[in-house]
Design a protein around this ligand. Structure first.
Ligand SMILES: [Zn+2]
Length: 213
């Protein structure tokens, strides 16, 4: 193996980060107040550029400039991936347009290639037309890989309707319903508790053993 060198640069993204990309529209992570339901974390092109940089989806040295048209495309791709994940979680077929867009994005993914540099064999990859195409392809690939060869049945959307954070359930039992037990999980528990109290108040036959005299 002496003469084989890995790519000088490699970038990829894991499923968790790919799901975080979807959550850039739904930052209700642990939030239960209505106004945070549709917060947009990729508000300006620079936000998207920073997200890609932070997740090493673009070359830091090359810099990445994203224009408004590209930002709109980034958001459309995010919605399409979200639709696919939602559909899988809900056990239904995704919207055909979403599937079409994800496939278009995947076409820009970089196949591995051999590069011969004198007597040294390097493993490289082909780049797409633009850094944005490359970044979106990597994100889409991480999600689609999970569907194809991973454990898609472990994909989840937080059961708190005001949150809907997308995540992968890596718990031993696979029965995680909340993005975060301390926030959304506790919120649900408190709501169930309040509902039980209300029920017992409205039920004249109910034994009010829990209420102090
Ligand atoms: Zn949540």
């Amino acid at each position: 193996m002496a003469n084989i060198h890995p790519a000088e640069h490699s970038h990829g993204i894991d499923l968790e980060a790919a799901l975080d990309f979807l959550n850039t529209l739904h930052p209700g992570h642990g939030r239960t107040d209505e106004q945070h339901q549709t917060d947009e974390h990729l508000e300006r092109p620079a936000d998207a550029a920073m997200w890609f940089l932070e997740h090493q989806l673009v070359h830091p040295d090359a810099g990445v400039r994203i224009n408004d048209v590209e930002l709109a495309r980034i958001r459309r791709v995010r919605s399409a991936l979200r639709e696919v994940v939602d559909a899988v979680v809900e056990g239904r077929a995704p919207d055909a347009d979403a599937v079409h867009l994800v496939n278009a994005v995947l076409e820009a993914r970089r196949p591995t290639r051999l590069e011969l540099d004198g007597s040294v064999l390097r493993i490289g990859h082909r780049h797409g037309d633009t850094p944005v195409d490359d970044a979106l392809a990597l994100i889409a690939e991480a999600v689609v890989e999970e569907l194809a060869t991973g454990r898609p049945e472990r994909l989840r959307v937080c059961a708190n309707d005001r949150c809907r954070w997308a995540f992968f359930d890596s718990s031993p039992t696979g029965r995680r319903r909340w993005c975060d037990m301390r926030s959304c999980g506790n919120q649900a528990k408190a709501a169930r508790h309040r509902a039980r109290l209300r029920e017992s108040e409205h039920d004249p036959d109910h034994d009010h053993e829990a209420l102090p005299n």
